[in-house]
Design a protein around this ligand. Structure first.
Ligand code: BG6
Length: 513
């Protein structure tokens, strides 16, 4: 048997993790996210024998596209963006299971055609299938798609069986509390919450899942994980890229909506939540909602808990890059922030008095995401040099989310020699060194979880609203202020002075990861 013929996907073997026979429909099939993330994720699942043997993918979008062209587009996307060089026979087999339906997102006839196509595919596959609808369009048509899925009967398909229709919704989930509530209401009109998978791709990242394992699979951390031992926590999601070609989208969004409300708030929730009673979707999400609800409203205004800024021209990777307001598609007087820092206080038994500092920005010095837990300083009495009250470094535990995934702990140690001198030393664990660097991408894990009906790594409706409830008053106050109070930072730097001042007011300073 040739090597290709031996591949399990080619032999129809599969059903690891019990993925049932599935027809996936991608709305927004000709879009960027489909090409960069979804198709490569599906390919890699096929490669790893994790797709069901009875699998079919239907692309749906407005552009008329013959099946053959959609297959060619999908094949190219996998070749261009898959983390692994594709295995030709697996890719051909996957491409053979693709078809395409063109139509408007608010066009009832198009959804009737889609439903008929699905019925025909199911007959061809020869057994009962589930339908997974992946909504990967601009948010302006989320509501229309949901409505049509209800009207054509696809949403309610097999509602009382595990093969019920599943709906994955891409971000952004609303642009403020009111729109998130409206979207949740539109969902509730056609689906039950158990059918809905709101994506935040940060939850699919290996290191983010490892945060739960580190916290709850080790006995040494949890006793220290509270206000008695922790001084403060810093969550950084820094990017060195600018807005690139996404100016049109970004101008309407900004750092708070694009990164803080979703990704960094999720990191905060996982760091701060109480131990869930199980890893069930509901148990984990109940704890996340509880902790998000315990976050106090932010103080607004100049001495408040927020800082925002835009990048100005600067050097990135040895090259001069333009400032935000000189980028294509950006208004010269834009009031959209490319950097946000927040100071959050969680008013519960575990965390009262421990500040959580969150920051995220474009065009910063490096692409790096981390959660740093800074413990209280040890009493310096034994080792501090005379007069140096704080000679000992605080212990810091850092979860390195990307790019160099791992964990590190800063301890004070003795410098070898004849005198007793202390120095901070770092204990590090790197994924690449222990496990190699071929870890699955976030979208692979999330698509597989949705296929198998596991919502643990997805955001529940009330969770999205709890996060918007905190962010919306900040957005409202910034909208009123316009450009007033907007700081700037040089591209390639670590952010604006306003963010340093925010921490300095509370006796802290940002780490330089
Ligand atoms: C997306 C944002 O959600 O996350 C982008 O819309 C951002 O602006 C991206 O660049 C960052 O994701 P990652 O996985 O590269 O950190």
């Amino acid at each position: 048997m040739s090597d290709s013929a031996r591949h399990p996907f080619l032999q129809g073997l599969s059903k690891h993790r019990g993925t049932p026979p599935t027809i996936v429909v991608i709305f927004g099939a000709s879009g960027d996210l489909t090409a960069r993330k979804l198709l490569p994720a599906l390919y890699n699942l096929a490669h790893d024998n994790l797709l069901p043997a009875d699998f079919h993918l239907v692309g749906f979008s407005r552009s008329p596209l013959p099946d053959a062209e959609f297959r060619a587009l999908a094949t190219k996307a996998v070749r261009d963006f898959s983390r692994r060089a594709p295995h030709t026979a697996v890719l051909e087999r996957l491409a053979g299971r693709l078809s395409y339906v063109a139509g408007g997102y608010d066009e009832p006839a198009a959804f009737t055609r889609l439903a008929a196509h699905i019925a025909e595919l199911e007959q061809r596959l020869g057994g009962e299938t589930q339908v997974l609808c992946y909504i990967s369009t601009p948010p302006s048509v989320f509501g229309a798609i949901l409505h049509q899925l209800g009207a054509c009967g696809l949403a309610a398909r097999r509602l009382d069986s595990p093969l019920h229709t599943k709906v994955v919704i891409e971000k952004p989930f609303g642009r403020d509390l009111a729109s998130a509530r409206a979207l949740n209401a539109a969902i509730r009109e056609v689906c039950a919450e158990k059918q809905v998978y709101r994506i935040d791709h940060y939850l699919g990242k290996e290191t983010v899942q490892d945060l739960l394992v580190q916290r709850f699979a080790n006995a040494i951390f949890e006793p220290l994980w509270n206000r008695n031992f922790i001084d403060h926590i810093q969550i950084t999601v820094a990017e060195n890229l600018g807005v690139g070609t996404r100016g049109g989208y970004y101008e309407q969004s900004g750092a708070l909506r694009d990164m803080i409300q979703n990704h960094t708030m999720q990191l905060l929730a996982l760091t701060a939540m109480e131990p869930p009673v199980s890893l069930d979707a509901e148990a984990v999400r109940d704890e996340k909602v509880k902790v998000l609800r315990a976050v106090q409203a932010l103080a607004l205004g100049p001495e408040g808990d927020t800082a925002r800024a835009q990048y100005a021209a600067g050097m990135v990777g040895g090259k001069m890059v333009p400032g935000y307001r000189e980028e294509p598609g950006i208004a010269a007087d834009s009031a959209t922030e490319t950097y946000t820092a927040l100071r959050l206080s969680i008013n519960n038994w575990r965390w009262q008095g421990v500040p959580f500092y969150l920051r995220s920005g474009k065009r910063l010095a490096r692409r790096v995401s981390e959660i740093a837990i800074q413990f209280k300083r040890p009493p310096g009495t034994l080792f501090a040099a005379a007069g140096e009250r704080f000679a000992l470094a605080p212990n810091t535990l850092s979860f390195l989310i990307q790019p160099d995934e791992g964990l590190s702990l800063v301890l004070n140690g003795k410098v070898p020699g004849l005198e007793t001198r202390t120095q901070p030393v770092k204990m590090s664990f790197r994924y690449a060194a222990t496990y190699g660097s071929d870890t699955p991408e976030a979208y692979e894990r999330l698509v597989l979880d949705a296929l198998t009906g596991d919502g643990t790594l997805f955001i529940r409706g009330d969770e999205a609203e709890a996060s918007w409830e905190l962010c919306t008053p900040v957005l409202d106050s910034w909208r009123e202020l316009g450009r007033q109070g907007m700081d700037t930072y040089a591209a390639g730097s670590w952010g604006p002075a306003a963010a340093d001042t925010l921490l300095a007011r509370h006796g802290h300073q940002w780490r330089q990861p």
